[in-house]
Design a protein around this ligand. Sequence first.
Ligand code: FAD
Length: 378
Amino acid sequence: WDNFTNSIIDESAGVTFGEINRFDAEQLSLLKQILQMNFFRIFRLNLFKECPFWSGSSGFCTDRSCAVDTISDWKDLPDIWQPEALGALANVSAAPKVPNDQNKDYCELDEINDETVFVDLIENPERFTGYGGDQSFQIWKLIYSENCFNLGHDQCMEKNFFYKLISGMHASISTHLSHGFIDLKTKEYGPNLQQFMFRVGNFPDRIENIYLNYILVLKALIKLESLGILDSLEYCDDDHFNQSSTEIKVELGELIKPSYQLGNDKETCLFDENGLFQSSNAAEIKDEFKVNFRNVSKLMDCVGCDRCRLWGKIETIGYGTALKVLFDLQDTKNFEPSRYNISNVELVALVNTFGGLSKSIEAVQEFKSMYDKALIEE
Ligand code: FAD
C-alpha cells in the first residue's frame, strides 16, 4: 500500500494513485450531492428478466444453504438476517411506460414492459447481502471466461484490458460488501478489515484495477463534457425531479472539469483509449470484445439476489457506456453534440458507476488506516 501512493497507475495515464486519492477526496462531497439528485438516484430497470443462459434453477443450487457460505451459522439467525432479506430491495415502484431506447453496443438495456420498476439507489446501497456459494462462484467464473477471446494470439492488449476491467468491477463490489459488512452481534453494517484483506487488500493488482476503472470512467465523463454532449442532453425538468436541468449541468461540469489537470500527459489525459484496437485485425477484436462484454451484461439477469443484480446491471451499463464513449465516439470536424446518442439510463448508470468507484477508493483509504492501526497494536 505504501508503495502505491507515489507510483503511477498505468503507463499511458501518467497519473499517480496519490493524485487520484486527492482528486477523489476533493470532489467527494460534490459527487455525493449529485448522486442525491432524483435524476441520478432513481434507476429504471427490469429486475425479473429471464436469465438467457439457463432456465429456472437448472445447473445451479438455489437452496438457501447454498447461497450462504460466507457466514457459518445462518440457519440460526432470524429471517430478517437471511440473504433473501438482506439482498432484497426497499421501496420498488412500478414504472410508467416510456419509449424504449434500446442500445445494442457493449450492453443491452432493458426493454420497457410491465416488469419495469423504479428503484431508489440511495435507499438500496451496494453492501453485504450474504449472496454466495456455488451460484455466485459460477457466475464470476462465467464472467471471467468471457475473457477468452478466440483470436489466435493470446497476449493481445485488449484481452488484458478486458480482464482488468472485470477484475476492477469485482474488486469494487467486494470492497463495498466488506465496507458494508454485517456485524451479527450489533446487527449494524460497517467496515470489516478481515473480509477486505481476504477479498481485495491482499491482492495489489485488484486495488490497481479499481483505480484503472476509476480513470476509465472519469475519462469517458471528460470526453462527454469536453465535447459539449453533457450540456446538450435533455434532463427531465418535471415535478418528479428536485433539480433543474441547468443545476444538473452546472454540477456535472464542476465535478468533471478539475480532472483536466490530472496526469502529466495532457494529450491522452488520464487514459489513452487510442492505444487499444489499433492492430491490423482491430475491427474483429472490437466486435469480439463487444460480444463478450454484452454476455457479461446479460449474465447479470442470472444473479440470484435482487440487490446484487440491481448493482450488477447498473455497473455493466455504466462500464458499457464508458467503453462506447471512449472507443466508438468519433469527434470528427463537424461533430454535433446534440446528435450524439446517449440515453438517460446510460448516463445515470455511468455517473453511479463512477460514484461506486469513488466510494471504493474512499473505502480503500479507510481500510489502509485500519490496517496500519492494527499493525501498531499488534
Ligand atoms: P468471489 O468474490 O465469489 O470470487 C470467486 C473467485 O474469483 C475467487 O475465489 C478468486 O479466485 C477470484 N476473484 C475474486 N476477486 C477477484 C478480482 N477482483 N479479480 C480477479 N479475480 C478475483 N455479494 C454481496 O454481499 N453484495 C453484493 O452486492 C454482491 N453483488 C454481486 C454481484 C454479482 C454480479 C455477483 C456475481 C456476485 C455478487 N455478490 C454480492 C457475491 C460476491 O461477489 C461473492 O461472490 C460472494 O461474497 C462469495 O465470495 P467468495 O469469497 O466466494 O469469492
